[in-house]
Write a protein that binds this ligand. Structure first.
Ligand SMILES: Nc1nc2c(ncn2[C@@H]2O[C@H](COP(=O)(O)OP(=O)(O)OP(=O)(O)O)[C@@H](O)[C@H]2O)c(=O)[nH]1
Length: 907
């Protein structure tokens, strides 16, 4: 490769190509054109032919090309020739250039060196001599491609290639890349070198490829540090350099050169080497930065963020683990983030909606807590039960008329209970059946309407509380509400509450104006009052039916039932499919001593049969027997037919929906799943929400207080109502009211044990403690309270909570003085000349002026004197003058008592 071309030699000699060609032709060498290559002997001839020119131009000429070329493709072909022309110097300097070559030494070098080497080498040698001598003392270098800046006399070793040492030195050098065509490799082994004995051959290789590489290495020692840089890879080249070592001075250097090997090089080059490293780092850093942007860290953890509207659905009582699963992160990360938001929670703790919302908005997610109904629907879907779809799919042919279901509401004492009794008695069938003997929570009566026998089902739990509690559970039981208003009392607060609840539930209302038998009853006034609430009587042009009744005397009951039926027929589609598995609602339930859990259910659709596997809320079982309100055993219940069911393993709650499952196992699984969901939701509700900040503070100040309650009642409706009412008590933020357990039946040992563990108070409603339970409670110091009126229980709990909020003070009498004489002073008002009878009278104390046992005023002791001197206190047995400020209503004989407010220690 490195055969020089005519034009190159011409340039070197400072003559035109044409002249050179002419000359050579003259000398008998046939040369075709400027691009023709020349063999070494021919070149020699040419140089001999133009001796003068050569000396003149040689130096400069080579410099350029050399520099240029190597730079570009160092290892490349060019080098060969160039070097020839460009003597030694360049070599030294250029090493730098070669370095770069290193990076691509592989290919180039390989071949080139081999052949190129020979010639150039030869030629170079001679050529080099001169320059070398001048510039570099150390001539070593006939290095071809390297141009040489002159001022850098570096001893230029020889090109690795033809340096005899090269091989050897190389040997030791760590051989960088194994590369097949890596010159070094070839060299090393010896073949090349060996063959090259010629130095030339072997060297070459070094030169080109190796050179590059080598160069740097050697260089380093040299202090070329910087240059090499470009060289980069050169390292490998290192081999070359090895050479230098050979050459003495540099010797030491080589070592570094040795370093040739890749990374090592860097070190050898100092700064240069560092660069690449730095580059890599920054790349990594950049990536990290990018990732940071993607997922900002909160509290040191990175969490993929939502875009602010990413919807995440969670069930009630979900935990951080549930949330983490949805966004695919480690739950611990969420714990950390929440912690930084000021809340502490474990990954498996049920959290309330507010906490999830705060966490979600922080992370860019919109958290949607699935409603209980929806959750239950999803739960049932897992069992292939979709009640809504089932209902929607029913055809007219499948639907049959059913009885309307009615709830009686109204203000206290307006006659709800009495009305329900009257209706029961009015039942046309009762006579034959022996009357309604069972209170099962609902009953059905029959009446003749327009010649037909019609049934109406009444929920036997008056009041909107139960109605609302059921609704809250998603049960739409009531079709029509009878609003009872006493004609002698008028519309009262609960009347309005009741009608609001009914209207909110979209339940039509029939107004029963009761107690019309009473004197002073004014039914018209009721009609008029209710128009304000959108209940306009038909006779006034509205669409609400008002019926005057006397629950006491049983008057107007038939009309009321008729009004109910008319209202139902007018606006309600009361039909259901009786030919399928039953679905409905539990309206009442309790634990019966003999029969276990009993529940009164109302079938909404389908037919409930004895033997059915049933699940009601979290209770399940198999229908062992059913009874109606007449205490008759029945084998099946059709829509709107209330029956008392026996066979459940636990007591459901009023308002729990029930359904018949395919088999016992399914019923149990549904119940268990509901139970789990319920527990989670309860946990979330109960969780004390307190910020981290407040938490510490509250702890320090001993302000963390929770009133734990256990509620037991005779029927689930009462327990529900009591629980709801209790939870509505506004107790502020400092105290938490928790109902840790509720149930139907007597207070048991288990209840007391639970209360002992959680420091709870037991509230019993219409129940008594079971045997020996009172004893246990006394022993354990558990407070049990029993009520038969919900209101009283509420009052007590509220008072107790307030007590926890505010310390209680009581007056403690400090002293007492009797007024013996009255001095009138224009400046101080009346002064009571008194004798202290008990204790001590102090200035500024609060006082009570008592006359004949009656407190007539509570002034403050503003002035207190012993004779003419002010005193701060006067003890019993002494006389003093007491000024009560503006309170001048005193008489001789009055007693002035002073007292302090003393905090009553809580037991
Ligand atoms: N004179 C008269 N008294 C009635 C009538 N209806 C009810 N009462 C009386 O009113 C009082 C209250 O009746 P209840 O049926 O207990 O009233 P309630 O609305 O069920 O009361 P709570 O259960 O406390 O909400 C009783 O003393 C009844 O005897 C009526 O039509 N005429």
């Amino acid at each position: 490769m490195a055969k020089p071309r005519v034009h190159e030699i011409a340039k070197e000699l400072g003559v035109s190509s044409k002249d050179l060609i002419g000359k050579l032709n003259e000398l008998g060498e046939y040369v075709k054109g400027p691009s023709s290559t020349l063999e070494a002997p021919v070149v020699r001839k040419a140089r001999e032919a133009f001796p003068a020119a050569k000396t003149a131009s040689a130096a400069p000429a080579p410099a350029k090309p050399a520099a240029a070329k190597p730079a570009v493709k160092p290892g490349a072909p060019k080098p060969g020739p160039k070097p020839a022309s460009a003597p030694a110097e360049p070599v030294a300097e250029k090493p730098a250039a070669p370095a770069p070559a290193a990076s691509k030494p592989g290919p180039r070098p390989g071949p080139k060196p081999a052949q190129a080497a020979e010639k150039p080498a030869e030629q170079a040698a001679p050529a080099a001599e001169k320059p070398a001598a001048k510039a570099a003392p150390k001539p070593g270098a006939p290095k071809p491609n390297v141009p040489l800046p002159s001022d850098m006399p570096r001893p230029r070793p020889r090109p690795a290639g033809n340096n005899p040492f090269s091989d050897r030195s190389a040997g030791p050098r760590p051989r960088p890349r194994p590369g097949g065509n890596n010159p070094f490799q070839a060299n090393r082994p010896g073949p090349r070198p060996g063959g090259g004995g010629a130095g030339g051959g072997g060297g070459r290789p070094g030169a080109p490829g190796g050179a590059r590489p080598g160069a740097p290495s050697g260089t380093p020692g040299r202090g070329f540090g910087p240059r090499p840089v470009g060289g980069q890879g050169g390292p490998g080249g290192a081999g070359g350099p090895g050479r230098p070592g050979g050459f003495g001075g540099p010797g030491g250097r080589p070592a570094p050169g040795g370093r040739g090997r890749g990374g090592g090089t860097a070190g050898a080059f100092g700064r240069a080497g560092g660069k690449p490293v730095r580059g890599r780092k920054s790349k990594r850093a950049k990536r990290a930065e990018y990732e940071q942007q993607q997922a900002p860290a909160i509290g040191g953890v990175q969490i993929p963020r939502g875009d602010g509207s990413t919807l995440i659905r969670l069930r009630r009582g979900a935990t951080l683990t549930d949330f983490a699963e949805k966004i695919d992160v480690n739950p611990a990360s969420l714990v950390t983030v929440l912690f930084h938001l000021g809340e502490m929670a474990t990954a498996t703790q049920s959290l309330d909606e507010g906490t999830f919302e705060a966490l979600g908005s922080e992370l860019g997610y919109v958290i949607q807590i699935v409603s209980p109904e929806e959750e239950d629907r999803e739960l049932l879907e897992d069992f292939n039960i979709d009640i809504e779809a089932e209902l929607a799919a029913e055809t007219d042919e499948e639907l049959e008329a059913r009885a309307p279901i009615v709830t009686v509401m109204g203000h206290v004492d307006h006659g709800k209970t009495r009305l329900l009794d009257s209706i029961r008695k009015a039942d046309v069938i009762s006579g034959e059946a022996g009357g309604i003997t069972q209170h099962i929570g609902a009953y059905q009566v029959h009446t003749t309407h327009e010649g037909n026998d019609r049934a109406i089902t009444f929920i036997d739990t008056p009041g909107h509380e139960a109605f609302t509690a059921m609704r809250a559970r998603g049960a739409k039981v009531t079709d029509i509400a009878i609003l009872v208003v006493a004609a002698d009392d008028g519309v009262m607060p609960q009347t309005i509450e009741a009608l609001n609840h009914a209207q909110a539930a979209n339940v039509p209302i029939v107004v029963a104006v009761n107690k019309v038998d009473k004197e002073g009853a004014n039914p018209a006034k009721i009609r008029q009052q209710l128009t304000e609430y959108n209940l306009v009587a038909e006779e006034y042009g509205g669409d609400t039916m008002f019926v005057d009744v006397s629950a006491l005397k049983g008057q107007g009951i038939d009309s009321l039932l008729e009004a109910v039926l008319l209202t139902a027929d007018a606006g309600l589609d009361l039909r259901a499919n009786p030919n399928k598995d039953a679905r409905g609602v539990a309206v009442e339930a309790h634990l019966d001593k003999g029969r276990g859990a009993v529940a009164t259910v109302l079938v909404n659709s389908g037919t409930l049969k004895v033997g059915d596997a049933i699940v009601a809320g979290t209770a399940y079982g198999r229908v062992r027997a059913m009874f109606d309100e007449h205490d008759n055993q029945v084998s099946e219940a059709t829509p709107a037919r209330p029956v008392m069911v026996i066979g459940l393993t636990s007591v459901p709650r009023a308002g729990d929906t029930f359904l018949v499952a395919d088999d016992d196992r399914t019923a149990r699984q549904i119940a268990e799943k509901r139970e789990a969901a319920e527990r989670a939701a309860q946990l979330a509700k109960r969780r004390k929400r307190i910020s981290l900040e407040d938490f510490n503070k509250a702890l320090e100040e001993g302000k963390v207080d929770t009133l734990n309650l256990i509620i037991k009642g005779d029927v689930s409706g009462a327990v529900e109502a009591l629980e709801d009412a209790l939870l509505q008590i506004d107790v502020g933020d400092e105290v938490d009211l928790r109902i840790i357990h509720r149930g139907v039946g007597a207070v048991t040992q288990n209840d007391v044990n639970l209360a002992t563990v959680d420091n709870a108070i037991i509230i019993g409603f219409n129940v008594r403690p079971a045997e020996r339970v009172q004893e246990l409670a006394d022993r354990e110091g558990v407070d049990m309270r029993f009520y038969s009126v919900i209101y009283r229980a509420l009052e007590d709990v509220e008072a107790s909570l307030k007590g926890m909020l505010k310390p209680e003070f009581e007056e403690k009498q400090v002293g007492g003085a009797e007024i013996m004489e009255i001095f009138r002073s224009s400046k101080f008002g009346n002064i009571a000349g008194s004798l202290v009878r008990t204790g001590v009278i102090r200035r500024n104390a609060k006082a009570k002026v008592v006359r004949n046992g009656v407190v007539i005023g509570e002034p403050t002791i503003e002035t207190l004197r012993r004779f003419k001197d002010d005193a701060t206190e006067v003890r019993d047995g002494y006389e003093c003058g007491i000024g009560l400020g503006k309170f001048n209503d005193i008489q001789v004989g009055d007693i002035i008592e002073t007292f302090e407010m003393v905090e009553i220690p809580r037991s």
